[in-house]
Design a protein around this ligand. Structure first.
Ligand SMILES: [Zn+2]
Ligand SMILES: [Zn+2]
Length: 228
């Protein structure tokens, strides 16, 4: 991993800082992790004000939970897709159903406690559509709408092939035993179409929100071939 990409693990969610001319942050973790985030920055000798943008890959509780705290700490703008915007601004949680046996089992488990989670709401400063260029933040890459896990999921794809995909892929036991597609999805067909698009656009290394980065290799490459 190069020093442009800095993971910050907020318990179950792996957030990433990307350094260009400015820093941008991908995802805001579960609730009540603002302090952990602040301490992680201090350990890295990063001034919170260097972070100019918080890209929220989708509106699930474990990605938006500490966004309000991080926004207040950094003064960064928030960006979320219009279809998931209500989750951030109104605290509305839309669940993605399990699409594997494990996913269905976990949905039942998570469902029983996630209804009790209180998500601090905050504003979306930038509402994302199909694509948003990151050049204004000094980063060669863009935020692309990659629906499937949720309908408003987005990924950050750098020109060098690093893809920050939120939950469009997973690599964390017990969610998955090997890197691959998410076990929860609002639309599994759209997950596959989004992957095909990312691969066609040059995604090489996947940075998931749950688990360590991995190369697309045999784990996802087959999706590119299906259906031409
Ligand atoms: Zn999710
Ligand atoms: Zn997640």
């Amino acid at each position: 991993m190069n020093n442009r990409i800095i993971p910050i693990v907020l318990r179950i969610t792996r957030c990433y800082l990307i350094r260009g001319d400015n820093l941008i942050l991908i995802d805001g973790g579960m609730p009540n992790k603002g302090d952990v985030f602040r301490k992680a920055l201090s350990k890295l000798s990063i001034d919170p004000r260097e972070i100019k943008l918080i890209v929220i890959t989708h509106g699930h509780w474990d990605h938006i939970g500490s966004v309000r705290d991080i926004r207040e700490l950094t003064g960064a703008r928030t960006a979320i897709h219009e279809l998931d915007r209500g989750c951030l601004e109104k605290g509305k949680e839309r669940r993605a159903p399990g699409v594997t046996r494990c996913g269905r089992f976990m949905t039942g488990m998570i469902g029983s406690f996630s209804g009790r989670i209180r998500i601090p709401i905050t504003d979306a400063d930038i509402t994302l559509g199909d694509e948003f260029q990151l050049a204004q933040f000094g980063i060669d890459g863009s935020i692309i709408h990659t629906p499937g896990h949720t309908l408003g999921s987005v990924s950050v794809l750098l020109e060098t092939g690093e893809a920050f995909v939120g939950d469009l892929a997973m690599n964390m036991f017990p969610l998955t035993v090997r890197p691959g597609l998410p076990i929860f999805a609002e639309d599994l067909q759209k997950v596959k179409e989004s992957w095909k698009m990312l691969l066609n656009r040059g995604a090489k290394t996947v940075y998931p929100a749950h688990g360590k980065p991995f190369g697309v290799g045999r784990h996802l490459r087959h999706l590119q071939k299906k259906g031409g």
